[in-house]
Design a protein around this ligand. Sequence first.
Ligand code: NAI
Length: 244
Amino acid sequence: MSDFEGLTALVTGGASGIGRATADLLADRGATVAVLDLDPSTVDKPLTGHRADVTDDASVRAAVTAAVHGLGGLDILVNNAGIGARGTVETNSDEEWHHVFDVNVLGMVRTARACLPHLRASAHAAIVNTCSIAATAGLPQRALYSATKGAVYSLTLAMAADHVREGIRVNCVNPGTVDTPWIGRLLAAADDPAAERAALEARQPAGRLVSAAEVAAAIAHLASPLSGATTGTALAVDGGMQGL
Ligand code: NAI
């Protein structure tokens, strides 16, 4: 497929996992793609990497300006950078709450704010936010993380309403548990990594983890001009978890 031929995209958190798979897929399908990441050192051609911390507004603005200059415009923003958090309302500190919201929610706000003036100039403008099934599922030990993704879900709906008349579509994907370096780190920290992995697999009716490529395909679907009438939706990529 070459539905992204002539289009440009910026993927945050694009150096690893879901973001990297998305950047690679959009490039394979014809887009010119830049990555914004805390550590873009592993990003290689045809992608271009830009270092930024989504908690730092000045660094986001500088990276977006440099990326858009290099791309020659911006059609697609994939707002994907995010971090995990484990715990209940009793175990996560206020500092943790502020930090994870700063990355997962405000990070998307800052990046969208920097990109919107450029997206307005595109005839095929689309934003795809990486949300999570945690936004709607009620998972144990994920109070803080789930609250950030609930906010991302609401933000997606509100942004879709704010920008639809400007020709900018805003959607999100809601992945289940995805086999990325993040989950690798989570398993490595578990007392019994094999048992933890089996529990995560069993949590999804499909009986396996989702692949980063499967989430990338859903993001590309929502970002594509072929989805030109779709805005304000959440696409589940969760091995059937939502239906439970
Ligand atoms: P990952 O850890 O493999 O990749 C995340 C990337 O984001 C890394 O390259 C990291 O450097 C970058 N990043 C983190 N903090 C940043 C910051 N402050 N500024 C700029 N870049 C930053 O993680 P993965 O699994 O690919 O996750 C990506 C997104 O998918 C996240 O928003 C996460 O919440 C979401 N997600 C992941 C699921 C999973 O099971 N892996 C499930 C549902 C959603």
